[in-house]
Write a protein that binds this ligand. Structure first.
Ligand code: ZN
Length: 343
């Protein structure tokens, strides 16, 4: 199996994180990728730098104005007097403003709030090259899947909280969505995305909300008590054109292997019943019992069984890395998942 990874992805090192009113160091650290890379080496996987994809691959998911913002805004920000080292929003357009015709601002402070959903996605000049390389990895993994082979895009920064035109929750470009779109472009008539990160894949849900050709399943902690707080409920089944192609399986705090694996099995049945021809796995490890902000309590064996359950689809999978913040645990969890997937 190929692992797509570009060392430039280590350069993105966000600092700001706001938790319960306290500013802390961001959990999405470069060491996460180093741990996953080391585990990939130990498994003897072939680690390759993804080639640059055409801009069109990103434009399938994200509008040009948002891509340009991620690339160009850090320099504009840095030129402001008294600017901090990272772009962090202090205002967002409220639903009332949007209902009254709110528009993007001409100034960078307004743009940061417009193009982000929360404060958990600080942006620097290193963010764009890292996010772009992670997205290229997803495109390359989709190419492997189209040839009938599993592939692993070691995505960092992760992607599943990114909307079409909004960063959020450590995510900037939605790598899983980009992989799914590429698979559609390469001929898969229907693509399934199964998201087993402990947080709801709100960005991915939104991107495919009105689509029937991309089926989205998310297994995650109940948003009534966990990020992203407002969506991820079982009743969200897709918009008119995609009704029934979105399946949320929220789980209560403290859920252990059995219920988590039952939900994954239900997701696998959904992808099979819908006739998906290729699979994207939003592979987060933060459902682990060893996670620092643990909500779910899944064991290492649980991750092996999750891999096995997804492997029983007998479809090639693009594994796209999402969360998982216990640097000393995630390499082992990747190994266990891979063992389960490939037997
Ligand atoms: Zn997560």
């Amino acid at each position: 199996m190929k692992v797509f990874w570009d060392p430039v992805q280590l350069s993105h090192a966000p600092q700001f994180f706001l938790q319960r009113g306290v500013v802390k160091r961001n959990f999405e650290v470069p060491e996460r990728a180093e741990a996953l890379l080391e585990a990939s080496r130990q498994m003897g996987l072939e680690i390759v730098a993804p080639p640059r994809a055409d801009r069109g691959a990103l434009l399938e998911v994200h509008p040009a104005a948002y891509l340009d913002f991620l690339r160009d805004a850090p320099a504009v920000w840095a030129a402001m007097p008294d600017a901090g080292p990272e772009l962090v929003p202090n205002v967002h357009p409220s639903p009332e403003m949007l209902a009254n015709g709110a528009r993007p601002s001409a100034t960078v402070i307004g743009q940061v709030g417009w193009f982000t959903a929360d404060t958990a996605c600080p942006i620097t000049a290193q963010t764009w090259p890292s996010a772009e390389a992670a997205a290229f990895g997803a495109v390359a993994a989709a190419g492997e899947v189209a040839l009938g082979r599993h592939a692993y895009a070691l995505g960092r920064p992760p992607g599943h909280h990114a909307y079409a035109a909004r960063a959020g929750g450590h995510c900037y470009l939605n790598n899983a969505a980009i992989a799914a779109e590429r698979l559609r472009g390469l001929g898969a008539s229907r693509v399934g995305i199964i998201d087993i990160d402990s947080h709801h894949g709100n960005g991915t849900q939104s991107i495919f909300w009105d689509r029937d050709d991309v089926v989205f399943v998310s297994v995650h902690g109940d948003p009534n008590g966990y990020y992203p707080w407002y969506v991820g409920h079982a009743g969200e089944r897709g918009g008119a054109a995609g009704l029934g192609a979105n399946l949320n399986l929220p789980l209560p705090r403290g859920t252990t292997d059995e219920l988590w694996l039952n939900a994954i099995a239900a997701g696998v049945r959904k992808l099979r019943a819908r006739g998906c021809e290729a699979v994207v796995v939003s592979l987060g490890f933060d459902a682990s019992v060893d996670e620092p902000l643990s909500f779910l309590s899944v064991s290492a064996e649980g991750f092996a069984l999750a891999g096995e359950a997804i492997g029983e689809l007998h479809l090639p999978c693009a594994l796209v890395q999402e969360g998982g913040y216990n640097v000393s645990a995630i390499g082992g969890l990747l190994k266990r998942f891979m063992e389960g997937l490939v037997g």
